[in-house]
Design a protein around this ligand. Structure first.
Ligand code: ADP
Length: 228
């Protein structure tokens, strides 16, 4: 569960990105974050995995109050949250397998568990046959599926995706959406910032629209709601 209360965020340059946001997202929900450029979507998302801290207000993630956690506990929080970016952010010299295993090696998982988990997530994203490939030998959609596999290998309760289909063609974007849907069906919360009208209107889910740093709209099975 994610609960934000009265969140304000002003960056050091004086720009106020969030101007009083309160919202609750329950475990297992699938939520789109939509809105114009510069509205505060990325800031909203970064607050959840503590890439940024709020200027004021409280954020509770799965019983943890982010205002109260010590810096040394931040890596533990991040394990509860998988993150997927528009530009994939894979390590180019490592194979698909190694890119995913890396997330488990850094937390000292046993080699046996690492192998088991990596093969499980490759199965989920449909890339078992590409385990030995390097990122530049894969299509954009396949690279994004590797990054999704990496995001879920720690079995996080929440997956956050910032414009995950932003670099992909419409057909590949649909494949990626199906991957997110199957992860959501396993009970993982998905929070996805997107500019894709096509996706939001086709895979109907909760829509939270952020405009000028506030929540302008919050609808179950909502529409994208902007002209593109
Ligand atoms: P969106 O994701 O909706 O495009 P952002 O959250 O990235 O919006 O940005 C909201 C506002 O905050 C914008 O005016 C942007 O320029 C500003 N902003 C974002 N990140 C920073 C930062 N690190 N430092 C200063 N201003 C920022």
């Amino acid at each position: 569960m994610i609960a934000m209360k009265d969140i304000y965020k002003t960056y050091p340059n004086g720009v106020t990105a969030l101007n009083g946001v309160s919202v609750q997202i329950d475990q297992g929900e699938f939520v789109y974050i939509v809105g114009p450029s510069g509205a505060g979507k990325s800031t909203f998302i970064k607050l959840i995995f503590r890439e940024e801290k709020p200027s004021s207000g409280s954020i509770i993630i799965n019983d943890t109050n982010l205002a109260e956690i010590k810096e040394k506990m931040v890596p533990y929080l991040r394990r509860e949250i998988g993150v997927v970016f528009q530009d994939f952010r894979l390590l180019p010299k490592l194979t698909v397998y190694e890119n995913i295993a890396f997330a488990l090696e850094v937390i000292n998982e046993s080699p046996r568990n690492i192998r088991k988990r990596v093969m499980e997530v490759l199965e989920i994203v449909g890339l078992k046959n590409k385990a030995r490939f390097r990122p530049d030998e894969l299509s954009g959609g396949e690279q994004q599926r590797v990054s999704i596999a990496r995001a879920i290998v720690n079995q996080p309760k929440i997956v956050i995706a910032d414009e995950p289909t932003g670099n992909l063609d419409p057909e590949t974007s649909l494949e990626i959406m199906k991957t997110f849907e199957s992860i959501n069906e396993r009970g993982t919360t998905i929070i996805m910032a997107t500019h894709s009208k096509e996706i939001v209107n086709r895979f109907k889910r909760r829509v939270i629209a952020i405009e000028d740093g506030i929540i302008a709209r919050d609808q179950q099975r909502g529409e994208y709601g902007y002209e593109v």
